[in-house]
Design a protein around this ligand. Structure first.
Ligand SMILES: O=c1ccn([C@@H]2O[C@H](COP(=O)(O)O)[C@@H](O)[C@H]2O)c(=O)[nH]1
Length: 271
């Protein structure tokens, strides 16, 4: 999916919501455990109930890798279901990959070619040659960690390096990489006040913003400091939506939570 197509979807749905599919078998409704593939059954019901309220889904691969082969198969079924039933949806594999160049190429092939995700998250720590292999894929997006939502973000990311915070150095340097137009960035919703400075460095780029909901990030603040002319934001909520209920009504309750965020987003877009 191109960035222009993503923006078109945002305008059409009046939503820049990304729903995180972080499936934990200890948290899903008990009756689903009898299904042949409980993870996929859960995802399918959540997707069917919420697809009109969001523009993106983000399975975090950790929640699938933790269940071995069955988990990986559930991830494959989920992305295939999204691509066949809801091709207008932007898909994000939250895998936080990145390695020496030839290994990064194999990671990119896994998520872009084999699983056919629109995007994958990567960590910038290993530098240019670890990220550029992802950027080489046409019409695919590489979402690089910029300033993360967790407390540990202050351990390294905000440290001063040659007179500038490390996360700013990372953002600036990444703009010089080949095919940098395929970059998007992760900025935590819990760090909304940093967004004004971030926008000075990457005014046009799309930002994936996790941390609304369970982590306490504020949607209004993120939009105030982070929104650009093309909206430029994908706001993610995972637990706050998908675990709204663990009863038979789980999908409907998840839809209600998604609807609350979509309504707030529509108001912001029309202001
Ligand atoms: O800085 C980051 C980067 C990634 N995440 C991921 O986003 C979701 C958030 O889930 P919630 O349940 O809405 O808190 C999860 O997959 C994280 O691994 C992040 O939170 N912060």
């Amino acid at each position: 999916m191109t960035t222009a197509q993503l923006v078109e979807q945002i305008k059409k749905k009046q939503s820049f919501l990304c729903i995180g599919l972080d499936v934990d078998l200890n948290k899903i409704p008990e009756h689903l455990l009898k299904e042949e593939d409980p993870i996929f059954a859960f995802n399918k019901a959540i997707i069917d109930a919420t697809h009109h309220l969001c523009v993106a889904y983000k399975p975090n691969t950790a929640f699938y890798e933790a269940y071995g082969l069955k988990g990986w198969q559930a991830l494959e079924k989920t992305i295939n279901y999204l691509n066949s039933e809801y091709p207008e949806i932007f898909t994000i594999a939250d895998a936080k990959r990145g390695d020496i160049g030839n290994t990064s190429t194999m990671y990119a092939k896994a998520f872009f070619d084999d699983l056919a995700f629109d995007s994958v998250t990567v960590a910038p720590y290993m530098g240019k040659d670890s990220v550029e292999p992802f950027l080489a894929f046409e019409n695919k997006h590489t979402i690089m960690l910029g300033l993360t939502s967790n407390k540990g973000a202050f351990d390294f990311q905000t440290k001063m390096v040659e007179g500038k915070e490390l996360y700013k150095q990372v953002l600036e340097t990444s703009k010089t990489w080949v095919n940098s137009e395929n970059l998007m960035y992760v900025v935590g919703a819990t760090k909304a006040e940093f967004l004004a400075d971030i926008r000075k460095i990457i005014p046009e780029s799309f930002l994936l913003v996790p941390g609304v909901g369970a982590q306490g990030g504020n949607l209004q603040d993120v939009c105030k400091y982070g929104m650009n002319d093309s909206v430029g934001l994908l706001i993610n909520s995972s637990r706050g939506i998908i675990y709204a209920s663990n009863g038979e009504d789980y999908a409907g309750e998840a839809a209600k939570k998604a609807q609350e965020l979509q309504t707030e987003m529509a108001e912001i877009l029309s202001a």
